[in-house]
Design a protein around this ligand. Structure first.
Ligand code: FAD
Length: 509
């Protein structure tokens, strides 16, 4: 396999940035993936004298590890890391050679503090846009901590292993041989899941804030920027910076930005907040809010933050169907992100539950990949925009069941079918199905405010036109509120409104 000229040129440029020697150990056979891998490694050694390749016995063949001379880092690529994983390869080479990863010092310290042995394995596909983030995060952890190792496994090169483990979503991560997590994850998400969040002591002596923002999505980021620009003491607590935009790909309605992608926007939000003196507290969750002299917010690590005003911007998450089988077959057929997991259902029978815009869009997308798409809508009519419905009904491989209640998702070791009730006749039906995408809307992340703030029946925080809640000094913005529509630009606008209102409140009080 010869690299194409573009990739070759890019590699050549990147490899000039190597800071030290890199030793690649390769375990190859006579199969075609092994041959492609050896060709790629030949190209690498031909481009940089800092890279040497030696034969070795690794756990998987074909695979290769990327090491410092005399010290294995634990970074292994099982498969040929091209496609979306090309960047993962380049970054691994640079970081192993000594170039520091672009990660906050505080995060580096957290990674280094992890004790014990953590053997991660990530199943990817080379066309998966969510996989490189996970691969790169785990590689950074392997570079920084000798107790951590990580193997990227290309599912296409390890079909038998993928089928044996019934991996039905990428990226899927195993830790020490056990399922760890599936789907897009940032480094913060992984550290959170391992329970390595910033400890309370790090927050013990913080002075009270003027404005404390809870949530780091579009609403929270916008609120923090607007507050900080007033020159007041601003903090932001974000469980997962970027929020929901992390889970989407193409964004084409952020006015003046013709096209961007979710992960790119998430990074841009954080970078913009960092332009200002905002105290950013990532990977921690707010669990309690109390109004005393100041407003006190208790975090999941036990720390208590105090502030004169608080802006709640905790957004929303996918709504579950809450039927038998949903939990059991999550990532074994039950999926929520068509952009992410759609390609895994190529040529298969899939269902979409939900006839709103997101459900119908998902069905249209999936119809281009799957053999057949069956859409279930609970109500007698679809709620999606007419243009989307027209497009849906024009597709030959889509069936729509309206007035249909999904009752159960069935299967054995993975999902195999859906049982639904025809609400008009009360009859129960069963369809064989390889996957189902649940697209029935969002739930606001406001459970932690139960009994503290007024919320709608749906759990949305009730705000007035200035973003004020029923508690003086507490404001809310974005998808966690009863705002009419849930969109990025609307969240950003309401974050700005809430910050200006908080500033106004501070001046008056
Ligand atoms: C798949 C998908 C595609 C979309 N496509 C588009 C699109 O093309 N255009 C568009 O305009 N909109 C789109 N949206 C909607 C858009 O993403 C949301 O409207 C927007 O992200 C809402 O911003 P937010 O800041 O209110 O909430 P979120 O984005 O949900 O952010 C919430 C933040 O709060 C944090 N958080 C939650 N609970 C806590 C807690 N207890 N403590 C601390 N932090 C917490 C989260 O980690 C996150 O940082 C899409 C949404 C999805 C899911």
């Amino acid at each position: 396999m010869k690299l194409d000229a573009d990739i070759r040129a890019q590699l050549q440029q990147y490899l000039q940035l190597l800071e030290g020697d890199v030793v690649i150990k390769v375990s190859a056979g006579s199969d075609s993936v092994s041959r492609d891998m050896l060709d790629l490694l030949d190209e690498l050694t031909g481009m940089s004298s800092r890279i040497t390749v030696e034969r070795a016995e690794l756990a998987r063949t074909p695979s290769f590890s990327v090491n410092r001379p005399g010290e294995d880092t634990g970074i292994v690529f099982a498969g040929v890391p091209l496609g979306h994983e090309f960047t993962s390869l380049v970054l691994a080479l640079l970081q192993v050679s000594g170039r520091p990863p672009k990660v906050d010092d505080e995060v580096i310290e957290r990674i280094k503090s992890i004790k014990g042995e953590y053997r991660f394995e990530t199943y990817v596909s080379l066309s998966c846009h969510n996989c490189p983030d996970v691969v790169q995060a785990l590689n950074v952890m392997s570079v920084l901590n000798p107790g951590i190792s990580h193997t990227m496994i290309d599912g296409a090169a390890y079909k038998e292993e993928v089928e044996r483990k019934e991996v039905m979503a990428v990226p899927t991560v195993y830790l020490n041989g056990e399922f760890f997590e599936s789907g897009r994850m940032t480094l913060d998400d992984i550290l959170n899941k391992l329970g390595v969040s910033a400890d309370a002591a790090a927050f013990a002596n913080k002075e009270p804030f003027d404005v404390l923002v809870i949530g780091g999505g579009p609403a929270g980021s916008s609120a923090a920027i607007y507050a900080a620009r007033k020159g007041i003491r601003t903090g932001i607590v974000a469980d997962r910076f970027g929020g929901q935009v992390n889970d989407t790909l193409g964004i084409e309605n952020l006015i003046s930005v013709k096209h961007t992608e979710g992960p790119q926007l998430a990074v841009a939000l954080e970078e913009h907040v960092k332009e200002y003196p905002v105290d950013i507290m990532k990977s921690v969750r707010a669990e309690k809010l109390e109004k005393k002299d100041l407003i006190e917010v208790t975090l999941n690590n036990g720390a208590v933050l105090k502030s004169k005003t608080v802006i709640i911007a905790t957004g929303a998450r996918w709504r579950n169907l809450n039927v038998p089988g949903e939990e059991e077959f999550k990532n074994k057929g039950v999926a929520y992100c068509p952009h992410c997991d759609g390609p895994l259902f190529a040529g298969k029978q899939v269902a979409v539950v939900g006839g709103g815009n997101s459900g119908v869009e998902a069905a249209i997308d999936l119809a281009g990949i799957a053999a057949h798409v069956t859409l279930f809508e609970f109500m007698p009519e679809l709620k999606a925009d007419q243009v989307l419905q027209d497009r849906l009904y024009s597709l030959p491989n889509v069936t729509v069941h309206k007035n249909a209640q999904v009752k159960e998702i069935t299967g054995s070791s993975k999902m195999e079918g859906i049982t639904y009730i025809d609400r008009a006749t009360g009859e129960e039906h069963h369809l064989a199905m390889d996957g189902v995408f649940v697209q029935i809307g969002l739930v606001p992340n406001t459970e932690w405010l139960e009994g503290v703030l007024e919320r709608t029946r749906m759990g949305e925080i009730v705000v007035d036109s200035r973003g004020a809640t029923a508690i003086p000094g507490v404001f809310a913005a974005g998808d966690c509120t009863n705002s009419a529509y849930k969109q990025i630009i609307i969240s950003m606008g309401s974050g700005a409104t809430a910050a200006l209102s908080a500033f106004d409140y501070l001046i008056r009080n």
